[in-house]
Design a binder for this molecule. Structure first.
Ligand SMILES: [Zn+2]
Ligand SMILES: [Zn+2]
Length: 246
């Protein structure tokens, strides 16, 4: 076993020590999908009245994604960036999935989302679905970071994970260098649903789907996945990611 060192202060023991964890700005709020003008949805209705059960403002009503949960702001947060970077790139710290899942759980508790109302409203079955990687990327990394994160969340939330059903069928160019419109085009028809046997109940029909990814940037990826999941019968599709950029 290799010793672990804190990514914040280098102290031996864990990838994130308690002191450095305390420095993270874990959000107490939920925000709307529109990043230019984020609408804070505070759990206390006296502070901000959420628009019904929707996780978004009226202007975003037509979007396929029902809402987004993210625990950390990404911009100007060196430690948050470092945690996510090392989770995905060399030295590929897969174990960070546990730390990052616990940060998300803390966010859910802070925002009062640790209730059945969020995870199984009216008995609607919920399922966690990691945003898939294309084969090329999976081969390079050897694992899908979103899947590891979804598995850790599943243990705590007691919700099943459905992997390899939502699949990425098109290898897309790296999104990093692209503008928002180009990203959308790049991802068009990149995702698909693996067909289940004719006698099976379709995987997503009537379910509340929680899409899991590491970072939310322009939202093109989640929007495209949500479109596919909704057309496969998902009742709602919510996003969960560790951090939001922009
Ligand atoms: Zn530390
Ligand atoms: Zn909005």
């Amino acid at each position: 076993m290799f010793p672990k060192f804190c990514l914040g202060c280098n102290k031996e023991g864990a990838y994130l020590c308690e002191d450095c964890r305390g420095l993270l700005d874990i959000s107490e709020y939920n925000y709307c999908l529109c990043s230019q003008n984020p609408q804070i949805i505070h759990p206390n209705p006296k502070i901000c009245l959420p628009a019904g059960r929707q996780g978004k403002c009226n202007r975003c009503g037509d979007k396929k994604l029902s809402g987004l949960y993210f625990a950390l702001p990404y911009k100007d947060q060196l430690l948050a960036k470092k945690l996510i970077y090392q989770f995905k790139y060399q030295p590929y710290l897969k174990d960070l999935a546990k730390t990052l899942a616990s940060i998300l759980i803390e966010h859910f508790i802070k925002t009062g989302k640790n209730t059945n109302e969020t995870w199984a409203p009216g008995g609607v079955p919920a399922v966690l679905v990691p945003v898939p990687l294309d084969k090329k990327k999976l081969k390079i990394r050897g694992y899908n970071q979103s899947e590891l994160l979804a598995n850790e969340l599943a243990k705590i939330l007691q919700i099943p994970v459905l992997t390899d059903v939502l699949i990425k069928i098109k290898s897309t160019d790296s999104q990093m260098e692209l503008k928002k419109e180009e990203r959308k085009k790049n991802l068009l028809n990149a995702f698909s649903i693996k067909k289940c046997g004719t006698s099976d109940v379709p995987h997503f029909l009537g379910k509340k789907v929680f899409l899991v990814d590491d970072v939310y940037t322009t939202g093109s990826t989640m929007a495209e996945c949500a479109k596919v999941l909704r057309s496969a019968g998902a009742k709602q599709v919510w996003g969960i990611c560790i951090a939001r950029e922009g």
